[in-house]
Design a protein around this ligand. Structure first.
Ligand code: KG4
Ligand code: ZN
Length: 337
């Protein structure tokens, strides 16, 4: 019989719960975002996030069970994000999961949030081990060589900002709406990527590490120079800056991915994280994968961004590998894979 797990996620600014079966069927998935709560602050405010998670988690779990048409007694386990992330939110999720496990007698499985993202291609596309995963979001940017549910090797990643963070900051610098990724992508469509020569950081260094904060500074300088020369920015300037910035990010990600594929000889490249929604980046990664003879898998966006289904699935995989946690399960703000 396939196990059925409840998955709980509250490590950043999405409160989420889902019910998933071991054959990869998502029986229910509920995500309550907090974008509006943080809109005035230019970023996620940890204290506000934690309070909102504490308020909404019970309801999300209730809704997920209702959607699935199941009660706790029909489940085989409870999986919860135990880190890494904003500690107030992680604690709220872990406390709820412990309470539910203690009350129901169900097994409890603590999941690493990054493992949740990294195992998603197995949930959506039944991908076999091993494979290469590029995780690119607002908070993360790393290459993972995935060989098993608890066997990840980090091949490299950003040494400063994550690409999503850079997209958001560039949008802010240009007066475009948040979240910045989609706004920059739309503006870039009518822009000339060659007008401004933005840098391609760390391409001259071997390995798979990346850097995006210098790129953001280059955008700031270019904006200030245009403002000084013309007294402001025209719409075309904004588009050209966005196109140039996006092309630089695409070049860096593509070249580093090429190296990671070469180093591992991976048969498959998978992407996850909000930035993986970007069409130009996807196209660049697809080209690199094809050239290397690797298959390319990009899960649907709602499963690329934070959600409870990936946590339930990672919980099922860990459960099958024998993992069981007790009431001493710790909430960890930092937890490298
Ligand atoms: O995975 P995600 O929803 O949340 C975490 O960071 O965990 O990723 C959100 C990030 C934001 O920085 C957002 O600007 C970026 O993903 N993003 C994009 C696009 N859509 C969302 N970046 C580039 N192009 C997009 N189309
Ligand atoms: Zn995430």
């Amino acid at each position: 019989m396939e196990p059925i797990f409840l998955g709980i996620e509250s490590s950043c600014d999405d409160t989420a719960a889902a019910v998933v079966r071991g054959d990869g069927t998502i029986l229910a998935s509920v995500v309550a975002g907090q974008t509006a709560l943080h809109a005035d602050f230019g970023g996620v405010v940890p204290e506000i996030a934690a309070r909102a998670h504490a308020e909404k988690l019970d309801l999300c779990v209730e809704q997920a069970l209702e959607q699935a048409g199941l009660g706790l007694a029909d489940l085989n386990g409870i999986a919860v994000t135990a880190g890494p992330g904003l500690i107030g939110g992680v604690l709220a999720g872990v406390m709820l999961a412990k309470g539910l496990a203690a009350g129901s007698g169900l097994p409890l499985v603590g999941v690493n949030h990054l493992a949740g993202h990294a195992l998603t291609p197995r949930l959506t596309d039944a991908v076999a081990y091993p494979y290469l995963m590029l995780l690119v979001s607002g908070g993360h940017c790393q290459f993972l060589w995935v060989e098993g549910p608890q066997c990840f090797t980090r091949l490299g990643g950003t040494i400063d900002d994550a690409p999503g963070e850079a997209f958001d900051k560039v949008a802010k610098l240009l007066g475009l709406p948040q979240p910045g990724g989609p706004s920059v992508e739309v503006a870039a469509r009518s822009g000339d990527p060659r007008r401004f020569g933005f840098p391609r950081p760390l391409l001259d260094r071997p390995g798979c590490d990346m850097s995006f904060s210098g790129l953001k500074t280059a955008v700031l300088r270019q904006r200030d120079q245009l403002v000084a020369e013309q007294g402001g920015l025209h719409e075309q300037d904004r588009s050209d800056i966005c196109a140039g910035f996006q092309a630089a990010v695409a070049d860096v990600l593509a070249e580093k991915t090429r190296r990671a594929l070469e180093q591992t000889g991976a048969p498959l490249l998978a992407v996850a994280g909000g930035v993986a929604a970007n069409q130009e980046l996807r196209a660049a990664l697809l080209r690199v994968a094809e050239t290397a003879g690797a298959r390319f898998v990009a899960p649907p966006l709602r499963l690329c961004t934070d959600n409870g289904a990936m946590i339930a699935w990672a919980g099922i995989e860990a459960f099958r590998a024998g993992q069981r946690d007790g009431m001493d399960l710790a909430a960890r703000p930092r937890w490298p894979l």
